[in-house]
Ligand binder design. Structure first.
Ligand code: GLU
Length: 463
């Protein structure tokens, strides 16, 4: 079997969004599954809307997602000469011709067709005029006059289009620039692409591109058109649905492996399995089981997926990834040995790194600055609660060393020795330590805070 070669071909007119990211992931996985190659091509021919900053941002998102590409990055704007050499070939072999019709003339032809209730199209008036190059002349493909273009789409199955639907498309504009369809065919051929996977907004371009392949006598790659991602209301996905650029998910503290896992499942399945290690995705993704129906984006499921990876990853790795978010939250530059216990205590309770960092806040401000949730303070820091806190301060002060194990034993002994119930003592203690009825195991919280800070909190709450 020939080597599988795929590509992702973003236009740098914006940041990488989740739809594009999913396409890129599919292309990357297919190449990696078959030990093939994955190329990245920047389709920057729209000079007005393309920006280097978007190319940089797309590349950064690709790297963050772990989608490494093979070989050099290609920019279409640097390849005009190559495209035009192929256009010349088509002119030479009679599969293309010069056309002097102005855009206004072509529009009038279309209008005429519309008025007759026909499909608006160029009427082929320059097809046999044997014109040469000249001011305002474009080049058109001489499409066959009858027959069908048929291809077997990896996602949608067999697609057949009557060539009568396709007019003689422009392949080189009057300004000398190749059109999108021409450039894509030349690039895909030149890069040896065997599988073109892209959004189904391009499905109508595919028969046109196949006509160009055929006119050039080139072999046609496999195509796969993945349906759009819809919002939960099954409308076109937009910001209102919580859909954002990949870079925004990164800034929000999502893990790349979670976003990859979630996006792959939006359009592909492997039995009922929802969660995959990156290795499993490469192992299972072979270009089959792609869903032809559009999937709906579900931000809650994405967070659930992220929470899973946060719980599963090695603690040291989670701590290192959380560090920048802690700093960003204004909580300081904590060393790894302080971050690890915090992550261990709170990782079960947060869905993303940003929320995880934020959950550390009550433990990182000094006792004097700890704020109490009004409701919890009113309920748990009343007279009885305060009396327990004063007594507990003495109990914990005697704990040496001040470890989670000793603190747990001391707390249990205090409850047992005084004939109390745990639920009489724990809420005031929790409110005193955290400021609200949340957090993690009390003994671990105290061990993290240390003796001075723990006692200061108990005194403050009891005072
Ligand atoms: N540059 C096109 C886009 O961003 C992709 C074209 C293709 O994959 O063939 O939509």
């Amino acid at each position: 079997m020939t080597q599988v070669v795929t590509r992702f071909a973003p236009s740098p007119t914006g940041h990488l969004h989740i739809g594009g990211a999913r396409t890129a992931i599919f292309c990357w996985l297919l190449a990696r599954h078959f030990n093939g190659r994955f190329h990245l091509r920047i389709e920057d021919t729209d000079l007005l809307r393309s920006k280097q900053e978007y190319t940089d941002s797309i590349l950064a998102s690709m790297r963050w997602l772990g989608l490494d590409w093979d070989g050099e990055l290609t920019y279409q704007t640097q390849r005009t000469g190559i495209y035009n050499a192929y256009v010349d070939k088509l002119l030479e072999n009679g599969h293309a011709y010069w056309c002097s019709c102005t855009p206004e003339t072509v529009e009038a032809m279309r209008e005429e067709a519309r008025a007759k209730g026909l499909k608006p199209r160029y009427n082929g008036c320059c097809r046999n005029r044997d014109l040469g190059p000249g001011e305002g002349h474009c080049v058109r493909l001489k499409a066959p006059l009858s027959g069908k273009v048929v291809f077997d789409d990896l996602v949608k199955g067999k697609i057949a289009v009557d060539v009568g639907e396709l007019d003689d498309m422009v392949i080189r504009r009057a300004d000398g620039m190749p059109t999108y369809n021409m450039a894509v065919v030349v690039d895909d051929h030149d890069m040896g692409i065997t599988h073109v996977i892209r959004g189904d907004d391009h499905v109508s371009n595919t028969p046109r591109q196949i006509l160009i392949y055929e006119a050039l006598g080139l072999s046609v790659p496999r195509f796969g058109h993945v349906p759009m991602i819809l919002g939960p209301d099954r409308q076109k996905l937009s910001k209102r649905h919580g859909a954002r650029a990949v870079i925004e998910y990164q800034q929000d503290g999502l893990l790349p492996q979670a976003l990859v896992n979630y996006l792959v499942r939006l359009g592909w399945s492997h039995g009922n399995q929802e969660l995959f290690t990156p290795e499993e995705l490469v192992e299972y993704f072979d270009g089959t089981n792609l869903n032809p129906a559009a999937a709906a984006f579900d931000p809650t499921k994405l967070e659930w997926c992220n929470a899973h990876f946060m719980r599963e990853m090695p603690l040291a790795e989670l701590a290192a990834l959380t560090a920048p978010f802690v700093e960003q939250a204004g909580l300081g530059n904590l060393p790894q040995e302080r971050l690890e216990p915090l992550c261990a205590m709170f990782r079960e309770r947060a869905n993303n790194l940003k929320a995880l960092a934020e959950s550390f806040r009550p433990l990182l401000v000094p006792a004097a600055e700890l704020e109490y949730a009004e409701k919890d303070a009113a309920k748990h820091l009343a007279e009885a609660g305060k009396a327990h806190l004063t007594a507990l301060a003495a109990v914990f002060a005697a704990c040496a060393p001040f470890t989670a194990e000793n603190l747990e034993a001391a707390l249990n002994a205090y409850v047992a020795d005084n004939g109390l119930k745990f639920k009489e003592v724990a809420p005031p203690l929790r409110t005193a330590l955290m400021g609200f009825m949340g957090g993690s195991h009390l003994n671990e919280i105290m061990a993290f805070l240390g003796r001075d800070e723990t006692l200061a909190r108990l005194e403050k709450a009891a005072g």
